[in-house]
Structure formats: C-alpha cells, structure tokens
Design a protein around this ligand. Structure first.
Ligand SMILES: [Zn+2]
Length: 95
C-alpha cells in the first residue's frame, strides 16, 4: 500500500515538473494601460507613425497583445514562476 502511495507521489511530482518546464510559459493577460505604454514604446523605438492600434489580440477572452497598423505584433508572454513580465515580440513585419 505504501509503495503505491510513493509511486503515485513520484508520478505526480514528475508530471508537475514536466508541466512546470514546458507548459508554464503561457500568454498572459495585459492591462490596457500596459498595452498603451507598450505601443508607445514600440512607436518610439521604431519611429512608427501609426495613429492607432489596428486590433487587439485576445486569448480566452483576455487581451494578451495588439497588432499595430504598421504590422507590428505584440503578445505578452511570461513564465508563471516569474514575477516581472517578460515582454517578447512574436513577429515583426515591416511593410
Ligand atoms: Zn507600429
């Protein structure tokens, strides 16, 4: 009986470890203020002249990023284990 419990415990631990290493990085909802700020930084960094954000990127009804008129696409991703957001660019297209 104890062996089965130990086996189940280790199995759960291994499954959790795999989940943590490979699945923990997910799209994370971004607030509209953060989104506007990120867009402003994008415009400053790239000299983008877009007047507005073309569309918002949503996942499971949560805003996770945006698409600029210039083709720039931003999706916020971060590790669950991380406290600070890890901004990353999925795709950068220049027209
Ligand atoms: Zn842009």
């Amino acid at each position: 009986m104890l062996e089965w419990l130990m086996l189940a415990f280790w199995l759960a631990l291994v499954v959790y470890a795999f989940w943590f290493l490979f699945k923990a990085k997910t799209e994370h909802p971004i607030g509209l203020n953060d989104l506007a700020l990120t867009w402003k930084i994008h415009k400053q960094n790239t000299g983008c002249k877009a007047k507005r954000i073309q569309s918002l990127i949503t996942l499971n009804n949560e805003t996770v990023g945006f698409r600029c008129e210039c083709g720039y696409e931003f999706i916020q991703k971060r590790l669950i284990s991380q406290k600070a957001p890890d901004y990353s660019v999925k795709k950068l297209t220049n027209y």
